[in-house]
Each structure stands twice: as C-alpha cells, then as structure tokens.
Design a protein around this ligand. Structure first.
Ligand SMILES: Cc1cc2nc3c(=O)[nH]c(=O)nc-3n(C[C@H](O)[C@H](O)[C@H](O)COP(=O)(O)O)c2cc1C
Length: 184
C-alpha cells in the first residue's frame, strides 16, 4: 500500500514526529513524506496520514484548508502541541482535525503528543509580561523548560507504532474483504 504522510511544521516538532512515523512503516508498504510548506501534494496514496502543529486548539490554517480536499481515503491524524498531551485541550485539538475529515474519509487512527514552544515564541511571550495566557509566569516557565525536548524519542516511537499497527490491520482487512469501520 502507498502511504502519504503530509504535515505542517513551523519549528520542527511535528516534522520530527512525521519522520519517525515514516521510518516506522514496514517494508510491506511504501511511503512518501510531504511538508505542506513545499506545496500541496497530489493525493494518490491508499492511506493518508495528516500531521499538524496545533494553533488555537486545532489544525493550523494551511493544514485545515488541505484537509477539506481529502476525500475517499483511509486517514490517520496526528499533531503536536505546547500544552499537556493528556489534557482536554489536547484531546479537542486532535478531534478538531478528525472532525474536518471524518465525513468523507475512513479514520484509521490518531495520535497527539507534546511538542514544545519554540524559543522565538517563548521570547515573544516573555515580552508580553505576566498578564494573560500568552505571557510569562513561573508556572509557564517551569512547563516550558520541562517540555523543551518534546516530542521525545519515546513519543515518536509510540506514534510510529500507532500508525504501523493501524496500517497493518487496515491492509489485512482489505486482503480479506473486511470493512474497516471508521474509529471516530
Ligand atoms: C501561533 C501559535 C499558536 C499556538 N496555539 C497553540 C494552542 O492553541 N494550543 C497549544 O497547546 N499549543 C499551541 N501552540 C504551540 C504549538 O502547537 C507547539 O509548539 C507545536 O509543537 C509546534 O510544532 P512545530 O514545531 O511543528 O511547529 C501554538 C504555537 C503558535 C506559534
């Protein structure tokens, strides 16, 4: 099967995850990797994995627009974000992506993990002072420093495992003529 991994990444965190997912795909499948900053690829894969950095609790704009064009495919969704990966916000951020594609596609899986705010964004937040969400605070500073190395190797490997397994399940179902019911 042909797997297309298409992602958007501003500061490299989602790119790191996308590359790990690509490397984790078994030899039974072929894959291509596209960064949306290089333009929108032709959708000729059997399976499309769409990855984005979270902006305002959902896919950033370029990916949002691209997602609307994906139809009739087996689709996986992944993203990285600055807030906690096990938070309601993270859940909503990955679901916001799923919601765009689920009507016209089969959802085979999703994965959300921590990214990290870039140094540039942190510097900007520090300039904003201490008031509001996009500002510095002792709490934010601690979280940013602990999260700075995300996504970690372990997070990348888990994402790779998630999609490697789903692709394998999807393929075996196809071989036996079994339907894969969208999981979302
Ligand atoms: C303009 C902007 C908006 C963001 N909005 C959110 C947000 O709503 N929630 C969140 O948890 N992180 C948010 N982030 C953090 C990024 O999603 C996070 O740092 C991500 O891992 C960056 O991935 P990248 O390196 O692939 O660009 C935002 C970052 C930027 C620059």
């Amino acid at each position: 099967m042909k797997v297309q991994i298409i992602y958007s990444s501003l500061s490299g965190k989602t790119k790191r995850l996308a590359e790990a997912i690509a490397v984790g795909i078994t030899e039974a499948d072929t894959w291509t990797l596209h960064n949306l900053k290089d333009g929108e690829p032709e959708l000729d894969g059997d399976i499309i994995l769409l990855g984005y950095w979270v902006d305002k609790g959902g896919p950033e704009k370029k990916m949002q627009e691209f997602m609307k064009k994906v139809s009739g495919k087996a689709v996986g969704i992944f993203c990285t974000l600055g807030f906690y990966a096990d938070s309601t916000h993270a859940n909503q951020s990955v679901n916001a992506g799923i919601d765009i594609v689920k009507k016209n596609n089969t959802i085979i899986g999703s994965y959300v993990c921590n990214g990290a705010l870039s140094e540039q964004i942190i510097k900007m937040f520090r300039k904003n002072g201490t008031q509001g969400t996009h500002s510095t605070s002792p709490e934010n500073e601690i979280r940013w420093s602990i999260m700075a190395s995300h996504p970690t190797k372990a997070e990348c490997e888990l994402g790779a495992e998630r999609f490697r397994e789903r692709i394998e399940i999807y393929r075996r179902f196809q071989e036996k003529g079994l339907p894969f019911k969208s999981i979302s």
